[in-house]
Design a protein around this ligand. Sequence first.
Ligand code: AMP
Ligand code: MG
Length: 417
Amino acid sequence: MKNTIKDNCINEFDPNALEEIQAVNKIIGSVKSIKSSERVKIKDALHRTISSSVRASINVPPFRNSAMDGYAINLRDLKTNKFRLSEVGASFAGKPFRSSLYKGETVRVMTGALIPKNADAVIMKEMVSKEGTIVTFPKNIKKNQNIRFIGEDIKKGKIVFKKGDELNFSGLSILSSLGIEYVNVFCKPKISFFSSGDELVATGKKLQQGQIYDSNRYLLHGLLKDLPVDFNDLGVVKDRKNDLIKKLQKASKTSNIIITTGGVSVGDADYIKDALKEVGSVGFWKIAIKPGRPLAFGKINHSYFFGLPGNPVSAAVTFQLFVIPAINQILSQKRKKMILIKAISKNELRKKTGRTEYKRAIISIINNEVHVETTGLQGSNIMMSMLKANCYIRLPAGISSIKKGDLVEVMPFSTEL
Ligand code: AMP
Ligand code: MG
């Protein structure tokens, strides 16, 4: 395949289009956070946002214990006994040996088991030799080796989570290690979405000429599923202003966010912006990015409205760049910075200045260098190149071309490459 990107969509520079960063700031500036919270079982709090801080009421670990299967000793006593001690018992995880060590004694300890109060080192099982109950130790022992200290992971009194922190699997582990069963989290925002377009047909039905399957509702389902939100798929609405108005008004009664796809451009059948104007207010509706230039943001009663473009790639990119920050803001989450890394472009790339462009691409590490290559056709209808991609190449507004071997900014889809 040729390295130059084929582009069959000619978008002219639009002086009225908002810059990407300005658009994000405008969204963040107008979206208010949800105040209400609920108390849920910690398992149900996965990916959700903590609404009041959580303090450790115990130490983790709560007692001194062994990091190895081995023998607990008292170093000074070991030296006076010429590195030979008598095994007087065993301490298991959950079945502790509670007594102190007396002169000449050692206790066999398992990983996680309580160690005697006056023990100051644990020697791995594999490092000792044993004859009957007499254990011979090596000479190179360091004080406190293989001992896990009280509170070395979490100190009693420490604030482990603050308002706005998101809970992940580590968070669930930490809360449970503190014995916590319930946690306060912000209520989930309610998101409603629908597709608009006369050409759209639901899967399972037969296509007539000129029709296509509605894939954007599935795309949005996939994007929303892993987020701490409740969502409602409202189906497909025809390209009729009154139908759109009715649907938007109804959705605004129960939604924090309404998302539509399609009908937001300047075509003869694009009624989203007009419908939004009638039922609410338009914040902005054009941004200087590609893919995704027409994007309407506004308010309908108490709902925030996102009119995403109809082309699936544009819908995905604008969701990631603009809807995600709004959801984070609604949930009082800390503003996440985009991860941008530099990579060597394997392609020659061309673009128009005056808008930021995102290309679907694959990042790879070759000889300790980060390389990036586009995944094929970059038209905003080409989902196959999104499927293969693990990152976007982000080309800032001022750039017009990239040569093979130039450094480009890359935004990985996840931090696991
Ligand atoms: P529009 O923004 O309505 O002008 O649509 C732009 C392009 O995206 C057109 O080719 C539409 O057919 C396509 N499109 C719009 N909505 C969807 C959808 N829900 N699923 C798949 N393609 C869509
Ligand atoms: Mg349309």
